[in-house]
Design a protein around this ligand. Structure first.
Ligand code: AKG
Length: 304
């Protein structure tokens, strides 16, 4: 970690198979990713974690909604893509769980607070603490500094990466799930609530992979969701790890291929992440995306 500069770009790298879904060239976002140390203070992270503790303590998930979260494509389609609980979570605060935490009747086999994979997808809208961080002057200034003119917040997630069994996030591009025309209009903002290191499931990226379009798209289908195209079998050697200390922030280009591995360590690796779309210059949010703005929650402008 000592060698990580304050703000650094990973330069394009271009020797991987082309996309299965064609696209225009990336526009508007400068690099595949940048990282910044100490973006949030220790106290700010503690306050967010404290608030998450309160939200989890009040959690009440009906039995039929106890959805185990997976990033494997077939399980994704079977388990959460097809459930109303997932598909209607875009404008709500909902809970998604690790595998194997329920018995056959949906009762918790491990303490509920140790069983959550993530909370999604609208903490940024409904919770004052997370709304405050998302729209904070320093987030706004950072996003302005990378050139976004009219960013809107499309979703947010709090990811737990529980100790010992926190699930992997398989290689993907965010534009698979958050597709726009033209491409190059989605930016992930990912903030480490705890140290995210090699041993507890830090992020990994394929540098430069944001330059070749989108390999697959998840689209709404009559019975839930389906995929167009497929994720290439990425060579593990292409990925570079990005360990980040607590409070560090990573900006993730919507087309860069990234992943995180299972957390088998004793330490959790919590993170808060939200995704922005540059709404200026005629960006079209795909009406086929699983996530849609609603009457209750149109995508809120970041700069308010
Ligand atoms: O935090 C992780 O493990 C994955 C996050 C991610 O893929 C994202 O925010 O796009």
């Amino acid at each position: 970690m000592g060698s990580l500069p304050e703000l650094f770009p990973i330069q394009p790298w271009s020797q991987h198979p082309g996309p299965a879904v064609s696209c225009s060239s990336p526009h508007g976002l400068p690099e595949s990713l940048t990282a910044q140390k100490g973006f949030l203070t220790e106290d700010e992270c503690v306050a967010m974690q404290h608030r998450i503790g309160e939200i989890v303590a009040e959690m009440d998930v009906p039995l039929h909604c106890r959805t185990e979260f997976s990033t494997q494509e077939d399980e994704q389609l079977r388990n959460q893509g097809s459930t109303e609980y997932f598909l209607s979570s875009g404008d709500k605060i909902r809970f998604f769980f690790e595998k194997g935490v329920f018995d056959k009747k949906g009762n918790f086999l491990v303490p509920p607070e140790k069983s959550i994979n993530k909370i999604g997808h609208a903490l940024h809208a409904h919770d004052p603490v997370f709304r405050g961080v998302t729209h904070s002057p320093k987030v706004q200034a950072l996003v302005r500094s990378v050139g976004l003119q009219m960013p809107v917040v499309v979703q947010s997630m709090y990811i737990f990466k529980q100790p010992h069994f926190g699930g992997e996030v398989s290689p993907h591009q965010d534009a698979t799930f958050l597709y726009t025309e033209p491409l190059g209009r989605v930016l992930g903002v990912w903030i480490a609530m705890e140290d995210a290191l090699l041993e507890n499931g830090c992020l990994w990226f394929i540098p430069g992979s944001h330059t070749r379009g989108v390999s697959r798209r998840m689209i709404r289908a009559p019975a839930g969701t389906s995929f167009l195209g497929s994720e290439p079998a990425w060579d593990n050697n292409l990925f570079v790890p990005l360990p980040v200390r607590r409070g560090g922030l990573v900006l993730i280009h919507g087309e860069v291929v990234h992943k995180s591995e299972q957390n088998l360590s004793n330490l959790s690796r919590q993170a808060y992440t939200f995704h922005l779309m540059e709404a200026a210059a005629g960006t079209v949010w795909s009406p086929e995306n699983w996530l849609q703005p609603t009457t209750e929650l149109p995508f809120p402008p970041l700069y308010v």
